[in-house]
Design a protein around this ligand. Structure first.
Ligand code: E4P
Length: 214
């Protein structure tokens, strides 16, 4: 499973990258806004750090506007993947961008049929938002399971980026289902590595080592 980091914060990206845990980065307008810096400057800086797919999202909601923005974003770096919202105009833009060879990540997917349509439109990636479904008492991971099955039934190349991840179980279950990618917030990445028995065991080893010096 590939790990993307779901942040626009440069310090978080550098830290996760130094752990060898960053195969790509996803951003969205809210994450960019949190940084209080110019959008393109942030995306350019991320591209200098990470050699992998970097998702940058369009703001337009009409097909022509999305295509225009996408072309500009794609010029920033070869690794740019343009995030397109899962609306009808977005599907039209995805199809046209796919013909132009511009990579797309169809975002804000909340149903398996949306994921099927995105794949048919030629999306390179689909982003099901599982945490936001859980927030509505709907099972986010069930959505991942259904998309994995549909894409496998019809051998679509579209990669599944499990998004809106809130906890380590989301990552574990997605990996067991065979989702291609988890895009993980920095706070959750740290939790994946942690185990109290590791800390307890390490403390015991170090305490015992101290005894050899007496
Ligand atoms: C994915 O690409 C999105 O940036 C992200 O996962 C949204 O997650 P949220 O529901 O925590 O905002």
């Amino acid at each position: 499973m590939k790990f993307f980091i779901d942040t626009a914060n440069i310090d978080e990206i550098r830290e996760a990258h130094s752990m060898g845990m960053v195969d790509g980065v996803t951003t969205n307008p809210s994450l960019i806004a949190k940084e209080g810096r110019d959008f393109e400057d942030i995306i350019k800086e991320i591209c200098q750090i990470v050699d992998g797919p970097i998702s940058a999202e369009v703001i337009s909601t009409d097909t022509e506007g999305m295509i225009k923005e996408a072309r500009n974003l794609a010029k920033i770096h070869d690794n740019i993947v343009v995030k397109i919202p899962m609306i009808v105009d977005g599907l039209k833009a995805t199809r046209r961008l796919s013909e132009e060879g511009i990579k797309t990540n169809v975002t804000l997917a909340f149903s398996p049929l949306q994921a099927l349509m995105a794949a048919k439109a030629g999306a390179n990636y689909i982003s099901p938002f599982i945490g936001r479904l859980d927030d509505l008492s709907q099972e986010g991971l069930l959505l991942v399971e259904q998309i994995v099955e549909i894409y496998s039934n019809y051998a679509f190349d579209t990669e599944i980026i499990v998004a809106s991840i809130r906890n380590p179980l989301h990552v574990l279950e997605s990996a067991l289902m065979g989702a291609d990618i988890a895009t993980i917030p920095f706070s959750v990445l740290g939790k994946l590595a942690a185990h109290p028995m590791t800390d307890k065991g390490l403390k015991a080893f170090l305490d015992d080592w101290e005894k050899t010096k007496k």
